[in-house]
Design a protein around this ligand. Structure first.
Ligand SMILES: *[C@@H]1O[C@H](CO)[C@@H](O)[C@H](O)[C@H]1NC(C)=O
Ligand SMILES: *[C@@H]1O[C@H](CO)[C@@H](O)[C@H](O)[C@H]1NC(C)=O
Length: 428
């Protein structure tokens, strides 16, 4: 009995213990539920808080328009809005010409307007006393194909907002300047290279219909070459029929880096080339209209051979030929597809051998209709020129123009490094 009771009580005890156990697990469940609720609420509140913070951060704490207005009222850039012209100083001469072939020593916005520049708010001068101090000019342009002035090679003082411009049209081999001494000096480049800050080619191609400048540019879009049938131009056919001579070459420098003289000598084994100027036997005043007419009516081809095979380097020889009634044969380091319309010239560097080039020229000479196709583009494009100072003026007038700090760490490397090659691709 007692043992039963004991057992019973044990049982009871056990039962109680069971009861206890079950109630405590219920409690812990409830507790956990609460905890969960608590955390959910916390999460919810936290999320809400974050949202509010985020929302508040989106809202301007202060009036940004007011800041903008105050800034421009108080800041040095305000002179831009006041319309004060940006000043450009030509530091040295351009091949002895203090005016750089421009019409006057000092040119104001009127000149830029005449040039049809998009921005005209500039003054261009070669007068160092035009402003009270040299460091007040917004830009100083250095012609790097010539020595700097002996007495004062470069400005004595420089203001960090000034742009020093590296300007030249000569190829690297003709630079005649120790660029290694001019590290971290120039801020902008102004050359015929397409990757210059200010692009300065001899000429541009303009689409006659749209008026847009198409090339030279890094990625020009050309119209497609007209088919042979559609280019029926009696006047042109007559002109071509009258051309009885093969090729003309005008040249004054006889020994060049590009070995163009060897190319001509090689070509002369297969075709007739009349050489005018210092390195030839024939004479014709270089810039006379008589000479131009003589070329137009007599010659099929005109050699525009560059003295160096350098990136983007194409001289006025090529553009002059395109302005004539003659087909240029080019030899240079440029990618001519970026320079001139397709089928407007014959690129010697695209032929494996001189004989192949000569054969093609002979083929064109014997097929006037094929030859005439090289004139297709004249209906669609014309050559125009534009002052590089247009671009410089636009850059100087850009909002907060001086905020973008840039300079050429090693201008010598930019200009000389890998920009030319010395072995022509065509086998001489
Ligand atoms: C040819 O150029 C010279 C200077 O280089 C100039 O004096 C002359 O007037 C020019 N002739 C023509 C016909 O343009
Ligand atoms: C121009 O280059 C010089 C370094 O040669 C630099 O100190 C200056 O800030 C640059 N200016 C601009 C406007 O980039």
């Amino acid at each position: 009995m007692s043992s039963e009771r004991l057992l019973g009580s044990n049982n009871n005890y056990n039962n109680d213990a069971d009861n206890d156990n079950s109630s405590s697990s219920e409690m812990s469940l409830r507790f956990r539920g609460r905890l969960c609720q608590f955390f959910l609420i916390l999460l919810f509140l936290g999320g809400g808080l974050l949202f509010i913070i985020h929302f508040l951060r989106q809202q301007p704490a202060i009036n940004q328009y007011e800041i903008l207005k105050n800034y421009n009222r108080n800041h040095r850039y305000s002179r831009l809005t006041q319309g004060q012209p940006r000043s450009i100083l030509l530091w040295n001469a351009f091949f002895g010409d203090r005016r750089w072939k421009l019409p006057d020593d000092t040119l104001g916005p009127d000149y830029f307007r005449e040039q049809r520049c998009p921005v005209v708010n500039c003054v261009l001068t070669n007068n160092k006393d035009f402003l009270p101090a040299i460091e007040m000019f917004d830009a100083i342009v250095f012609h790097v194909a010539e020595h700097f002035p002996f007495l004062q090679p470069v400005p004595r003082r420089r203001n960090p907002y000034q742009q020093y411009v590296f300007a030249l049209m000569e190829p690297p081999g003709e630079t005649k300047h120790i660029l290694g001494n001019e590290e971290r000096f120039y801020n902008l480049t102004m050359t015929y290279r397409l990757d210059s800050d200010i692009f300065w080619p001899y000429m541009f191609f303009e689409d006659i219909e749209s008026g847009y400048i198409v090339a030279p540019s890094l990625n020009p879009t050309w119209r497609t070459v007209e088919s042979m049938e559609s280019s029926n131009d009696e006047q042109l056919d007559k002109l071509i029929a009258g051309k009885k001579k093969f090729a003309a070459w005008f040249v004054s420098h006889c020994d060049t880096l590009s070995k163009r003289e060897e190319l001509t000598k090689s070509l002369q084994k297969y075709v007739n080339v009349d050489v005018y100027g210092a390195c030839g036997t024939l004479k014709c005043p270089h810039n006379s209209s008589k000479c131009d007419q003589m070329i137009d009516s007599n010659y099929k081809f005109y050699f525009a051979f560059e003295n160096s095979l350098c990136l983007d380097y194409v001289t006025e020889k090529f553009y002059n030929a395109l302005n004539r009634q003659v087909v240029p044969v080019v030899f240079g380091g440029a990618d001519y597809t970026k320079i001139a319309p397709p089928h407007s010239y014959i690129n010697a560097e695209k032929f494996k051998t001189v004989k192949e080039l000569a054969d093609y020229l002979i083929y064109l000479n014997n097929h006037p209709k094929e030859y005439a196709r090289y004139f297709w583009w004249r209906k669609f494009y014309r050559l125009t020129s534009r002052s590089p100072f247009c671009d410089l003026c636009s850059k100087l007038n850009a909002p907060a123009a001086t905020e973008k700090v840039q300079f050429y760490d090693d201008i010598e490397n930019w200009w000389l490094g890998g920009s030319c090659y010395f072995e022509p691709k065509i086998l001489l």
